[in-house]
Design a protein around this ligand. Structure first.
Ligand SMILES: Cc1ncc(C[n+]2csc(CCOP(=O)(O)OP(=O)(O)O)c2C)c(N)n1
Ligand SMILES: [Mg+2]
Length: 798
């Protein structure tokens, strides 16, 4: 426990004032910048100030270099100010807060320079990320990896209204199942959300819930001043009053200040005796300070609580009472979320803090401590003692090929399972670094064979009872520390945040993992914000989404996916593929394991104009539809084309009237249609698209490059379509939204008809549904006839 004489406390008190000032000044400047554009940005000053004391206690005293923090998005100004004082952030970036290339509005791993551990912004996700990072830390340590550093605490600073986000609860359940450790969640209990004041008694729900999931709960309610006052004569009455004071009233009085506190207290508990004396002996300013002395703004209480929690590894939820806008004139007002201090108020705070004009950015300006000792203190802050904590891990060599034995007819989902099974048989560092995860669809997405060989991960060994009882089952379900599959409950948000955590292992823990997650394609939408979050942080992983589209025919409209190919194209940081054949898939998976480890400079590849050296995550849109497999060997050229996004399955002749382009599981329909048209339309071409996403990205990049003077820039799709006469009609077909391939017409200016699925499906067979949605061979031929009129096309199919 830090005695009152703890020598750190005076420095911490100075630093708390300093970060409050710097954050205020940053926001003031940022707003000034935005005014010129006529854009008024929310200040988030109040939201930030709410955490100023807690973050001071954490960063300048409690945290260790191995700890990792997800900072509440709106506390970004406090975070950047702290990093500035620690020498990890520049004044230029602070001056440009929220401006182009300045310090980011919400802490960002990828955009900020000051060692952000986890990006935040979409509330709830950073919170869960700390939990899954802790599970990742356990996974690594059980494999004997990342043991050269002590175990870190994964810390989330959470707004109380942020706790409304469902994904936090989903994560809690998962944490409980996996024996979560080393995780601290600090709830900034300011009893305000964006719009208003939160419900009474929320903390009791939180407390019960966390205890229920096996967490320690530490309630940080009253600071030292209040505790001392409670011990005075009449203090018990004061405590009883404040304990039952409604949140709204407390906030309103906080905003109104000392005189209002006095009037209210005297009216309600004044007794002409001890309580009155307790109140009267304090000035208005002292009374306001006393009544707002909550533990979340009391450095000794905070330092002590964090130190106590470090003595064990149990997960801890701190419910810290705070005041939104603490130390600022906005404090407590229910409308303060986007509130901004006026220039006059900023000026008053500046004078109040003894900061001279023109010296607003000086770290030691206005402080009581002498500069040398403060600098000495800052130089010894434990958290900062190891410098930047962003690690690099070497790449794991991926085998030259990931081939599987092809059967004459099979599905891409089956192929995925086989590729994973082949990897499972390997005894090399590559196979050792692969980790899979799935939200209760491990078996149904064909990861069963992988799991049989590699086992499920748990910190303690758990036998498969069915096996022990000799009940025949295709799948072993054995858990242990060496297992390489992380089985999750159904929540897809958890899947993506888990992938985000494991996919940053190289950077957070210095050890590379190669995470592969599987789920049903339509449920990408359930976890989409978490997927976006993972990509925003540049986490690296593969997702195999299967089954997809209406190939899931008998399951009906609730399980079929329409929009996912467009999600795959639009999602930054994610390269999407939709192969039709298993040999293509094996080629793509080999590439994916390499691509996810890249960290290059972004020089465009001259063959595709893609920035492949940068790397990223990969989305495989797969299907359960069994289709006939081509007999061929994938040579280097074909392999490259498959990776770049497409190749001619049948090259068009110079007089071609029709080109058919397809992606994914509709390959048989496209092949059939082209065969049927061959006699009646000249030299029809058939373009196999393995990645509309990558073709499109290369095309856009090459155009932009040419517009900027790189006249030779050419993308893969432009080269491919050189072979298509521009007066030929283009028919595109996909088991998904038609816009996925419709853009291809713009490459050569071809007349284009894009076929695809636009409406929720029915149950039925694949044939029923392809006919229903107009993506069968007849529909393709019908479109060709309409687009390239000529003699009627004789249908061979009925
Ligand atoms: C997913 C998501 N929804 C909505 C928002 C907009 N938003 C930002 S902060 C906030 C509420 C803030 O309340 P709280 O979490 O209590 O933080 P405080 O500002 O009180 O510290 C909302 C609704 C967001 N950032 N992310
Ligand atoms: Mg709040």
């Amino acid at each position: 426990m830090p005695a009152k004489s703890d020598p750190r406390l005076p420095f911490l008190a100075e630093l708390e004032r300093k970060v409050l000032w710097l954050s205020t000044w940053m926001i003031h400047n940022a707003n000034h910048l935005r005014d010129g554009d006529g854009l008024k940005v929310g200040g988030h000053q109040a939201s930030s100030a709410s955490l100023s004391t807690i973050m001071t206690a954490l960063y300048f005293a409690a945290l260790r270099p191995e700890d990792r923090v997800a900072v509440k998005p709106h506390a970004s100004p406090i975070f950047h100010s702290i990093q500035y004082l620690l020498g990890n952030q520049t004044r230029e970036k602070l001056e440009a807060f929220r401006a182009y290339k300045g310090a980011q509005s919400y802490p960002s791993r990828t955009k900020d320079v000051d060692d952000v551990d986890f990006s935040t912004g979409s509330v709830g996700l950073g919170v869960a990320q700390t939990l899954f990072s802790s599970l990742t830390q356990d996974y690594l340590r059980d494999k004997g990896l990342a043991t050269e550093r002590p175990e870190g605490r994964m810390v989330a600073l959470i707004g109380d209204a942020e706790m409304d986000e469902g994904n936090i609860f989903e994560a809690l359940v998962e944490g409980w199942k996996h024996g979560l450790r080393n995780t601290w969640w600090v709830i900034d209990y300011n009893r305000q959300s964006l719009d208003a004041v939160v419900r009474e008694g929320l903390w009791e729900r939180f407390e019960a819930m966390f205890r229920n999931f096996g967490w320690d709960v530490v309630i940080l309610k009253y600071g030292r001043l209040l505790e001392e006052a409670f011990a005075e004569d009449g203090g018990d009455k004061l405590r009883a009053w404040i304990d039952t004071c409604p949140n709204q009233l407390y906030s309103a009085l906080t905003f109104q200040g000392g005189a209002a506190w006095r009037k209210r207290l005297m009216d309600e508990i004044g007794d002409q005796g001890p309580v009155t004396r307790l109140i009267e002996k304090r000035s208005d300013a002292e009374l306001a300070r006393l009544m707002t002395n909550l533990a979340g703004h009391d450095l000794p209480s905070l330092v002590e609580a964090f130190e106590a929690a470090r003595a064990h590894d149990r997960p801890v939820c701190f419910i810290a009472y705070t005041i939104k806008g603490f130390g600022l004139p906005l404090a407590g007002h229910k409308d303060n979320h986007a509130g901004l201090m006026t220039p006059t108020q900023v000026e008053a705070l500046r004078t109040d803090l003894g900061i001279r004009e023109g010296r607003e950015w000086e770290p030691c300006e206005g402080l009581d401590a002498d500069e040398a000792s403060l600098r000495d203190f800052l130089g010894k802050v434990p958290f900062n003692s190891k410098g930047r904590r962003r690690y690099k891990a070497g790449s794991i060599t991926v085998p030259e090929r990931l081939d599987v034995d092809l059967q004459p007819a099979m599905s891409t989902q089956q192929g995925f399972g086989l590729v994973m099974h082949e990897i499972a048989k390997r005894d090399d560092p590559f196979a050792a670094r692969v980790v899979t995860t799935s939200p209760d669809v491990t078996v149904s997405t064909n990861l069963g064979a992988w799991v049989n060989r590699r086992g499920l991960f748990a910190r303690e060994t758990m036998a498969d009872t069915f096996r022990a009882e000799r009940i025949p089952s295709t799948y072993k379900w054995e858990f242990g520390p060496q297992g390489q599959h992380f089985e999750l409950g159904i929540a897809e948000m958890n899947l993506f945040i888990m992938l985000s955590a494991m996919g940053l292992s190289h950077s957070i823990f210095g050890e590379r993992l190669l995470p592969v997650g599987t789920l049903y394609d339509p449920f990408i939408q359930r976890g989409l914000d978490a997927l976006n979050y993972a990509c925003y942080q540049d986490a690296r992983f593969i997702i195999a989404a299967t089954p997809s589209g209406v190939t899931l025919a008998p399951e009906g409209g609730a399980h079929q996916s329409i929009a996912t190919p467009l999600i795959g194209m639009a999602q930054d940081g994610l390269a999407s593929f939709e192969p039709a054949f298993v040999d293509e898939l094996a080629t793509i998976m080999r590439f994916a394991f390499d691509y996810m480890q890249r960290d290059g400079d972004g020089e465009p590849d001259p063959a595709s104009w893609l920035r492949d050296s940068v790397g990223g995550s990969v989305y495989l849109r797969l299907s359960t539809r069994t289709i006939e497999q081509p007999k061929r060997t994938i040579d280097d050229d074909l392999g490259r084309d498959i990776i770049n996004g497409g190749y001619w399955l049948r090259k068009p002749g110079p007089n071609a009237e029709v080109i058919v382009a397809y992606t994914g599981a509709v390959a048989p329909e496209a092949i059939e249609a082209v065969g049927m048209m061959a006699e009646d339309r000249r030299e029809v071409g058939l373009l196999a698209i393995t990645s509309s996403d990558r073709l499109n990205a290369g095309f856009t990049a090459a155009q932009r490059a040419r517009e900027r003077g790189h006249y030779g820039a050419r993308s893969h799709v432009e080269r491919l379509l050189d072979d298509a006469p521009s007066n030929s009609a283009l028919i595109t077909v996909v088991d998904g939204h038609p816009a996925t391939l419709g853009w291809l017409g713009g490459v050569r200016g071809q007349r284009t008809r894009a076929l695809g699925v636009e409406h929720f499906g029915q149950t039925g067979t694949i044939a029923d549904l392809y006919r229903h949605h107009g993506i069968d061979a007849r529909a393709i031929i019908g479109a060709a006839e309409a687009m390239a009129p000529g003699k009627p096309i004789r249908f061979r199919a009925a």
